[in-house]
Design a binder for this molecule. Structure first.
Ligand SMILES: [Zn+2]
Length: 236
């Protein structure tokens, strides 16, 4: 077998190996496993997002609680002042009204704060529930994922002999190739998946361009490695 025939065989063997590997990579179960892994990642990220949100709300809750305590203290002081004023005969009606108005304002602030505290707590409760729900969904996803993974592992084992055989064939031919041809092949492979082309009707099967007569003649002359002048593929 000439080197040109051998390099063609090599390309075929590589294509076969690639095809087998690709088939294994794209089985329905493998795709299902990938999808489940994606869902699992999304669920984990969602939980992390929820947890971060809760942490934020808890800090908010703590700050609001301290604010509320301060307001209630102010309210008590205002109440004490009012009591004193009411017993004070020199205190004017305006002063009393002013004091009552200050208390009403404080009360309004207290109520507003209480409302936002309740809302905040409600949000935390709701989100905690959502975390629980996502966890339980996540454990189902995890089970499905593990099951799919087990099937994928079996598929891999089942196909291993065939893939190993194809790999060995590639290696077997590689050993018979002259190093400079192999080097050239590998260099072209970086550009094209099929580094070896044939000539049909004076055209390169790789790029579709016509090749010059001198190339055709050189090729017909025999055991010499010819490249397409246009794409650089090895012609056989
Ligand atoms: Zn070409």
């Amino acid at each position: 077998m000439t080197q040109t025939e051998m390099i063609w065989k090599y390309q075929e063997a590589e294509a076969e190996l690639d095809k087998l590997k690709k088939e294994l990579e794209t089985t329905p179960e493998r795709q299902r496993m990938r999808k489940l892994r994606k869902v699992l990642t999304e669920q984990t990220e969602r939980i992390e997002g929820y947890k971060a949100g809760i942490k934020e709300k808890e800090a908010e809750l703590e700050a609001s609680t301290r604010k509320l305590e301060a307001l209630l203290k102010d309210y008590d002081l205002e109440q004490d002042d009012l009591n004193i004023m009411m017993e004070d005969e020199e205190c004017t009606a305006e002063e009393l009204t002013e004091s009552r108005r200050a208390m009403e304002e404080l009360l309004e602030k207290v109520n507003g704060l209480k409302k936002s505290l309740t809302e905040c707590q409600g949000w935390i409760n709701k989100t905690t529930e959502a975390i629980k729900e996502t966890y339980s969904k996540g454990s189902k996803t995890k089970r499905d994922y593990e099951a799919a993974k087990a099937v994928v592992e079996t598929e891999k084992l089942e196909r291993k002999p065939v893939i190993d055989k194809a790999q060995k064939e590639v290696e077997r031919i590689e050993l018979q190739l002259a190093p400079d041809i192999l080097k050239r092949y590998k260099a072209i492979k970086k550009k094209y998946p099929n580094p070896v082309a044939t000539i049909t009707d004076n055209r390169c099967s790789g790029c579709g361009m016509s090749v010059s007569m001198s190339v055709v003649k050189k090729f017909q002359a025999g055991n010499q490695i010819i490249e397409c002048e246009n794409c650089g593929r090895i012609i056989c």
